[in-house]
Design a protein around this ligand. Structure first.
Ligand code: TYD
Length: 392
């Protein structure tokens, strides 16, 4: 399926940069033989992950809590040897690893975006500014010894060469070591029509079926899975050397769920395409109608996901006045492609709009809980996942 010309999803830009903005064809394909759903054209990784990467995990209190719990689980379930080592791929601002750093445990973050890596170091998290692959895994293993856990949160689906990661995991992990990672789950995207997960950074849309096929090539297997609510519906996968861990019943349950959803069949994605097109038309029609009625609409959360929505649906500044966002590096800039101004949250609360278009719908609970005054002032939330609607 093609979404047309798209800018870089996290490429928030200044007015001076409009003329040189980079666009590419956003297309996603399904491979009938290996079951993988993935982008068919990729953007150079250095364009995406560099010294201006604007995503900081710690901007969401819910994500901070989530990573604290994730760290606790890793510690109690997988770090049982003496003086264990945990390595994180794509460690961002160190939110997950800070828990191990504080406890004085051996840890190492691998983060290619230098600005977020620097923030992690400031927090006392040991961080290497690099992309993870087999040769880096060898280097880490020789300098630090083998790892008990290799972890990745919302990072594996960003890595075009997944084979390099699987090979790296084999090199770096102890025989009983675990690769544990979580990413947005394809089954949720299909069920919720959350097509906004599809953007440049997300090269892959994983299912248990596609990952199992990948790992079995390296004598690795997914031995446990755990559904998560994060990022609009994610899955945590636990991978180890084949036969080293008991395979949980959750794995078989998820396999059955994927068969029922038809994730292995082409027609599932043809139906999804039609549902995406309907969602696009319904959202655009709603915004146009509200503007004709004279309503002010402001976007809430300048997410990377929203870049796909705004550009695919044609949501321009005449429909959405500005996007409120708490991330300082995004404020004062413009959203990619359609160039809607990004403003600090204070501008949202100083003069509430009639409607807030919830681009950060994956944080709906957290956001709505802290915006009762917007509702009290008569403000209405517009959402588009799982369907386009004004919340009553
Ligand atoms: P995120 O959910 O990580 O989405 P994506 O991966 O698509 O970028 O990003 C959330 C964005 O929303 C981030 O820019 C911070 C912003 N935000 C707010 O402005 N207010 C909030 O209360 C929350 C939770 C997030």
């Amino acid at each position: 399926m093609s979404f047309g010309r798209m800018p870089i999803a996290n490429g928030f830009l200044t007015r001076e940069q409009f003329a040189t903005e980079y666009f590419f064809d956003l297309q996603v394909g399904f491979c009938e033989s290996c079951g993988m759903v993935q982008l068919t054209e990729r953007v150079d990784r250095e364009r995406l992950f560099n010294e201006t990467y604007p995503f900081f995990t710690s901007t969401s209190s819910r994500m901070v809590k989530h990573f604290t719990e994730f760290a606790d689980e890793i510690r109690t379930r997988h770090l049982t040897s003496s003086d264990p080592l945990v390595v994180e791929i794509g460690s961002n601002d160190g939110t997950l690893l800070s828990s191990f750093a504080k406890a004085g445990q051996r840890h190492l973050g691998i983060e290619p975006s230098s600005n977020v890596a620097e923030e992690a170091r400031r927090r006392g998290v040991q961080t290497l500014c690099a992309f993870f692959d087999e040769s880096l895994a060898k280097r880490i293993a020789s300098e630090h010894g083998p790892a008990d856990v290799l972890v990745g949160a919302n990072v594996m689906c960003h890595i075009p060469d997944l084979h390099a990661v699987a090979k790296g995991a084999r090199v770096l992990l102890k025989p009983e070591g675990v690769l544990v990672f979580e990413d947005p789950y394809l089954g949720e995207i299909v069920q919720k029509v959350s097509y906004d997960q599809i953007y440049d950074e997300h090269v892959f849309y994983f299912s248990l079926g596609s990952l199992s096929r990948l790992f079995e090539q390296y004598d690795l297997e997914v031995y446990d899975v755990r559904p998560l609510e994060e990022h609009g519906g994610s899955m945590r996968y636990y991978v180890g050397r084949k036969g080293r861990h008991a395979v949980s019943s959750a794995v078989e349950d998820l396999r059955a769920h994927e068969r029922a959803l038809g994730l292995h069949r082409r027609d599932t994605y043809e139906t999804l395409r039609t549902r995406i097109e309907r969602s696009r038309d319904a959202l655009k029609d709603l915004l146009v109608r509200l503007r004709k009625e004279g309503k002010r609409i402001v976007g809430y959360g300048a997410t990377s996901k929203s870049t796909t929505v705004t550009n695919y649906c044609g949501i321009t500044p005449d429909l959405v006045e500005f996007v409120s966002d708490t991330t300082p590096i995004k404020q004062g800039k413009y959203t990619p492609g359609v160039h809607i101004p990004v403003r600090p949250h204070g501008e949202f609360s100083a003069r509430y709009p009639d409607c807030a278009l919830l681009f950060a719908w994956n944080h709906a609970g957290e956001i709505m809980a802290k915006e009762p005054q917007f509702r009290a002032a008569g403000g209405r939330w517009i959402v588009y996942v799982p369907q386009v609607q004004i919340l009553s």
